[in-house]
Write a protein that binds this ligand. Structure first.
Ligand SMILES: Cc1cc2nc3c(=O)[nH]c(=O)nc-3n(C[C@H](O)[C@H](O)[C@H](O)COP(=O)(O)OP(=O)(O)OC[C@H]3O[C@@H](n4cnc5c(N)ncnc54)[C@H](O)[C@@H]3O)c2cc1C
Length: 459
């Protein structure tokens, strides 16, 4: 069986569905191929479920702190993990079904369920069907990386995917990987009542962030009773009764961490090894990411790669932005480029970290003469009123142009507050212009102009 289309979209994650809808809306005959759940990682085992679970964890945390606010909750706070999971499942299912119905209802679209694999430069096989199109768009995302650590094949471990099925709170969760995914799960599980040990190979947590950010995040996790083991250079895994033991060879402390459950959160790999890319003449880099140009076209000019699989971003908003770039260039005659995108993201620990633009380390590396302003969250009246004063606000400015280069905002509501700086970085206005604007009181964002009053040279 074979069928021809104007366009084939492989993967109904964060870029694919919007692009398919846009192309179909423009009158193109479109095939959408999805092998698993509609909505991809973000909807099914990424953003949506983790932020839903984090909301439950926050409720438990706040309930335990209720006395600080003059609220009495008699008895101990108990977490019913089955109900926590049911709430998460309901939200995920609604979202995934929404994407499925959207795709199945597309006028001019046809959905294929199954794994797509290239058989030629313009053809893909899905089950028994051969699909052909002039234009093919890959939005195949990624999956958890299982590290080659000695002994790992002999132990049971969890990933961000299997964490979604947990119906009990682990007695002691060992998280291998002290970066974004590991820290979100670690804090969440601690708040559900687990003992948590975070094991990180590097000398500090979230190594991509500045030293002061890593340190502050470590301190706030430790304040909640999470054990953090850094510099775990030679990781090994072995069975330990019903549980698991992780060999660390850390410079300090016990050489082993023993726990009931193990979560591997050491990174992700693109789903590009089983796509038959060679048949279509599509090149990847050493790590398997599909090589693309500024407009996200692959080495085969009829094929584009969007989202996590092109290595240009690792977020839902970057995947969606890829769709916007491709759609604008193909349907509106625009010449949008992926390099025009400013790096922005959040780490959803509590308090969250909101990030935009360059970090201190990147500014130094680029040799830019810069100024830095920093204020603790204890200066933010809203944070004081909420009883959530951990963290700080830090903004970097280019000395000569007075443009904001980047910011790291770690504190309550900073995942939202960072957006006012995102707009400023994009608009490239000098910071004194930003300072003139009135903000709402009491609000985290209102302190940002004052952070810029404390600028001093970045040493
Ligand atoms: C635990 C966790 C938390 C996260 N939290 C956030 C967050 O808070 N904010 C944020 O911005 N990002 C977050 N992310 C990242 C975010 O989920 C991804 O960046 C985003 O989902 C990428 O979208 P995508 O479209 O590139 O790929 P995906 O969402 O992974 O979608 C790819 C789709 O392609 C399908 N597919 C793959 N290969 C084939 C094939 N050969 N044939 C047919 N179908 C195929 C897959 O089944 C999948 O549905 C998180 C990720 C994880 C793991």
């Amino acid at each position: 069986m074979s069928a021809s289309f104007d366009a084939i979209v492989v993967g109904a994650g964060q870029a694919g569905p919007a692009l398919a809808a846009r192309l179909a809306g423009a009158g193109r005959k479109v095939a959408v191929v999805e092998r698993a759940s509609f909505g991809g990682t973000c909807v099914n085992d990424g953003c949506t479920p983790t932020k839903t679970l984090i909301a439950s964890a926050h409720a438990a945390h706040l309930a335990r702190r209720a006395g600080e606010y003059g609220v009495e909750i008699p008895g101990a706070v108990r977490v019913d993990m089955k109900r926590v999971k049911a709430r998460k499942d309901e939200i995920v299912a609604k979202s995934s079904q929404g994407v499925r119905k959207w795709m199945e209802g597309l006028e001019g679209g046809k959905v294929y369920r199954g794994h797509a694999r290239f058989t030629g430069r313009n053809t893909l096989r899905v089950g028994k069907e051969e699909l052909r199109a002039e234009q093919i768009f890959l939005d195949v995302g990624g999956r958890p990386l299982v590290p080659k650590m000695p002994g790992i094949e002999a132990v049971r471990f969890l990933t961000n995917q299997s964490m979604m099925d947990l119906e009990v709170v682990p007695e002691h969760l060992i998280v291998v990987g002290g970066s974004y995914i590991g820290l979100e799960f670690g804090q969440m599980m601690r708040r559900f009542g687990a003992r948590v040990t975070v094991v990180e190979m590097g000398p500090r947590l979230i190594a991509r962030e500045d030293q002061d950010v890593s340190q502050a995040v470590k301190e706030l996790l430790e304040a909640e009773g999470i054990e953090v083991r850094l510099g775990a250079e030679c990781l090994t895994a072995e069975k330990d009764g019903e549980g698991v033991a992780i060999g660390l060879e850390c410079k300090e402390g016990e050489p082993k961490a023993r726990g009931s459950h193990l979560l591997l959160a050491v990174g992700r790999v693109p789903n590009t090894d089983d796509l038959g890319l060679e048949a279509a003449g599509i090149a990847t880099d050493k790590r398997g990411y599909i090589e693309v140009d500024e407009e996200l076209r692959t080495s085969n000019p009829n094929v584009w790669a969007l989202g996590d699989c092109n290595g240009k971003g690792a977020f839902t908003h970057t995947a969606y932005n890829d769709y916007e770039i491709v759609a604008a260039n193909l349907l509106e005659g625009a010449r949008r480029k992926v390099s025009e995108r400013v790096p922005v993201y959040a780490l959803y620990t509590d308090p969250p970290l909101g990030r935009v633009g360059m970090s201190e380390a990147e500014i130094r590396q680029a040799g830019i003469e810069a100024l830095v302003g920093k204020r603790p969250m204890t200066r933010v009246s809203r944070a004081v009123e909420k009883g959530e004063t951990a963290g700080f606000l830090k903004i970097h400015v280019e000395a000569q142009s007075k443009r904001i280069l980047g910011a790291a905002l770690l504190g309550t509501s900073c995942d939202e507050a960072v957006h006012s700086l995102i707009d400023v970085v994009y608009s490239r206005i000098p910071y004194p212009e930003f300072q003139k604007r009135v903000r709402i009181h009491p609000n985290v964002s209102e302190l940002l102009p004052f952070v810029l009053e404390s600028l001093e040279p970045l040493k």
